[in-house]
Design a protein around this ligand. Structure first.
Ligand SMILES: C[S@@+](CC[C@H](N)C(=O)[O-])C[C@H]1O[C@@H](n2cnc3c(N)ncnc32)[C@H](O)[C@@H]1O
Length: 538
């Protein structure tokens, strides 16, 4: 499969009549018949327990059911893999895999982190019987029987572009206990049948979804799979569970001293008193020259309180020249202190240097298939240290909902990202606790960064970026390059946001972790780094 985001028309493969996704309960099996890829579907209509309807369809009749076919393909591949490696896939999901915000206290990921087939698919009776009856609908109108190769427990009708199943327990139709499908014979026959046409259609449908995010490509040099069709690309955070974002016109701006085009467009850095930087990191070089310095040193050494308002603050970005991009200042790159940007109510105007993340992604990205970590992400151009890549997007949900989703999910992957950077701080809503902070879930909705894999020695880091300095529950998670990254190099970040360890210590810990029986259900890390910690989640 080549790298592209252009979709050829999926309609090319669409039959004049098709099965609707809502009518299908599950895709059960596949086969090749007269060179045509066919899928066995179980229908939703079911009036008696033994007689759910099932029928075989050429893939071009199932273009509305590609999500279900994709699920079937994934499950078949997993089963084959499990069979091959004789590994038991554990379904234990007790450990929490919710990621923390960057640069908090030492990060601890919380501990929550057919057998008796009555008819074979090739039984000629099915065809003749199905075709010989049912030409009149219950409403009396003329129905056209689909020339289906095999239908169980009913018959098919074509109406208004749709193929519909009509369940019947009349013995003139082939009857089977649908719960016994697929039969072992079907499963056996399926093993050697390709699914390439379905894979092609799934890929084309995914390309269409990519249109929502410009300059993002797909590449798979490993197999025929495609990222899940149960995923929708979005360009913004999607607030759920009644979560309310204060309207932009209520954000406090940077104050009267800030004006557009100050200091040759260097923006709020010029005034040094921008209100948006009020909570930003203190600029110690500047403070040293001021009388407050001694109090500040005492506060850092002994704790207590120090009022940083009015103290000079560190500006987050350095503007690039001669076409080079702006970059994050090294202080922020290392410390991961929150970044404050100006907002639409500021006087500084759109050219102010603080406005970087809010202007969105500028670089092209490719979602690509890795050999042992699912899908990954690389950048199509060289990135320089400190360069902004993109934000993490998805549904913003409550912590309670995140716990529910995690408990219900059969998937070992996690796309949950806690907005807990400011736990322990107060904002307009009061004291922020771990339980009431929000979580971004990128599993079913998000941007390309939800495909970034973990590495124990990552080349990217994630940072908290606030536009509304008075709402510390809703901020943005932004990825920046932590080093120069040549184009085509996989982008990674540390899911546990750990500080770097000495190599010998990292190896010692990895070896000890591998021997610890407590780790048997943890997801092994395949990052391949020398300092790999051995497992993905804490
Ligand atoms: C946020 S997703 C990253 C995208 C994911 N690879 C995909 O295909 O959708 C996190 C999941 O990717 C996989 N993953 C990421 N980094 C990994 C690593 N270093 N080793 C093994 N699996 C990894 C794990 O399944 C993990 O739960």
């Amino acid at each position: 499969m080549s790298t592209t985001s252009n979709a050829s028309l999926i309609t090319r493969a669409r039959a004049t009549h098709g099965v609707k996704e809502r009518d299908v309960s599950k895709v059960l099996c596949h086969r090749l018949r007269a060179g045509v890829e066919e899928y066995l579907i179980k229908w939703r209509i079911r009036t008696t327990s033994e007689h759910a309807m099932a029928s075989w369809h050429a893939v071009d009749q199932l273009t509305d059911c590609l999500k279900q076919i994709q699920l079937y393909i994934e499950e078949s591949n997993e089963k084959n893999l499990a069979l091959k490696s004789s590994l038991l896939i554990s379904n234990d999901h007790h450990a929490s895999r919710k990621r923390k915000s960057p640069g908090g206290d030492p990060v601890t990921i919380q501990s929550r982190d057919a057998a008796n087939g009555l008819l074979t698919p090739h039984d000629p009776r099915q065809l003749s019987r199905a075709s010989s009856v049912g030409s009149i609908s219950s409403s009396g109108s003329k129905k056209q029987i689909v020339n289906s190769p095999s239908v169980y427990n009913g018959f098919l009708v074509r109406k208004a572009g749709r193929i519909k199943g009509q369940q019947s327990s009349d013995p003139i139709y082939p009857q089977i206990n649908a719960d016994t499908l697929p039969t072992p014979e079907m499963v056996n026959a399926a093993k050697n049948c390709p699914m390439t046409e379905a894979e092609r259609l799934i890929r084309e449908l995914f390309y269409l979804t990519l249109n929502a995010v410009p300059n993002v490509h797909l590449e798979n040099k490993v197999d025929g799979s495609t990222p899940s069709l149960n995923f929708t690309f979005t360009n913004k955070l999607v607030y759920q569970n009644g979560i309310y974002q204060a309207p932009v016109d209520t954000y406090e701006g940077c104050g009267p001293k800030c004006k557009p085009n100050m200091g040759q467009n260097c923006g709020c850095e010029y005034t040094k008193v921008c209100q948006c930087l009020e909570f930003a990191a203190v600029d110690e070089q500047q403070l040293k020259k001021m009388p407050e310095w001694d109090d500040y040193v005492k506060f850092k050494e002994e704790g207590g309180s120090f009022d940083t308002s009015g103290a000079p603050k560190r500006f987050p970005y350095l503007r690039g020249h001669s076409g080079r991009p702006s970059i994050l200042q090294s202080h922020y790159l290392e410390s991961r202190e929150p970044i404050y940007e100006c907002n639409p109510n500021c006087n500084c105007g759109p050219m102010c240097k603080t406005r970087l993340v809010q202007k969105g992604r500028k670089v092209g990205l490719t979602i690509f298939k890795t050999r042992d970590r699912g899908w990954g992400l690389y950048c199509n151009e060289d990135l320089i240290e400190g360069e902004f890549i993109d934000t993490y997007l998805g549904e913003v949900i409550t912590n309670e909902e995140a716990d529910l989703r995690e408990a219900q999910s059969k998937d070992k992957s996690s796309y949950l990202y806690a907005l807990d950077k400011f736990v322990g701080d107060e904002d307009v809503g009061g004291l922020i606790t771990q339980d009431d902070c929000y979580v971004v879930d990128g599993q079913h909705m998000g941007g390309p960064t939800r495909f970034i894999n973990h590495s124990c020695e990552p080349n990217c880091r994630q940072y908290s970026v606030c536009y509304n300095k008075h709402d510390l529950r809703l901020y943005h998670l932004a990825f920046f390059a932590y080093e120069d990254i040549p184009q085509g190099t996989e982008l990674t970040f540390d899911y546990a946001d750990k500080d770097e360890e000495e190599e010998a210590e990292a190896i010692r810990r990895r070896q000890a972790a591998a021997l610890d029986p407590e780790n048997k259900d943890r997801l092994p890390c395949n990052c391949g780094a020398t300092k790999c910690r051995g497992f993905l989640w804490d």
